[in-house]
Design a protein around this ligand. Structure first.
Ligand SMILES: [Zn+2]
Length: 172
């Protein structure tokens, strides 16, 4: 069920999608099912993954520059007093009732300002998906009758285009 585009996303953002690469370390839906939404939303997910991957790399680099930070981290792990996981990680991407559902867990070594930026990126992705066709990626609207998904007019009724030039029913 995992398509080539998913594999490509997972390999380009290995920190953000590490639950996918290391399921033994992360009990996550994404490890079992991959991305569970239409390919029209993949570009939105890609933007989010790129932003978060950048933040995670910067965080890790910062740790490496000061051995005492690594020592602090090790001490915290040794004592078992730190919550799981270390760095933010994506555990679920799916479509629920027509909405893009993105679950990103915070990490204990993620400073509040970084987490605020990551949370904002997640919110932007969810908001963007509300008006992007889940099937093809063109502008769309939530079809709250029958479909319960965001589609563009073309994807909902491919016959409309060939039958008439302009569909009069579409509201704006
Ligand atoms: Zn469409």
């Amino acid at each position: 069920m995992m398509n080539g585009e998913q594999r490509e996303l997972f390999s380009r953002f290995p920190l953000f999608f590490r639950a996918m690469h290391h399921p033994e370390s992360y009990p996550a839906n994404i490890s079992h099912f991959g991305i569970q939404c239409g390919v029209g939303w993949y570009p939105i997910i890609e933007v989010l993954a790129r932003d978060v991957e950048f933040e995670l790399r910067a965080l890790w680099r910062e740790q490496l520059q000061s051995p005492e930070k690594i020592a602090d981290m090790d001490r915290a792990l040794l004592s078992g007093r730190v919550p799981y996981p270390t760095l933010p990680v994506c555990t679920d991407i799916s479509q629920v009732a027509g909405e893009l559902k993105l679950v990103v867990l915070n990490g204990y070594m993620c400073p509040p300002d970084v987490w605020t930026r990551i949370s904002a990126s997640v919110e932007i992705a969810v908001a963007t998906a509300r008006c992007v066709c889940e099937s093809c990626g063109n502008p769309g609207t939530l079809r709250d009758v029958y479909w319960h998904r965001v589609y563009c007019d073309k994807c909902v009724d491919p016959a409309v285009e060939s039958d008439c030039a302009i569909s009069p029913g579409s509201s704006s």
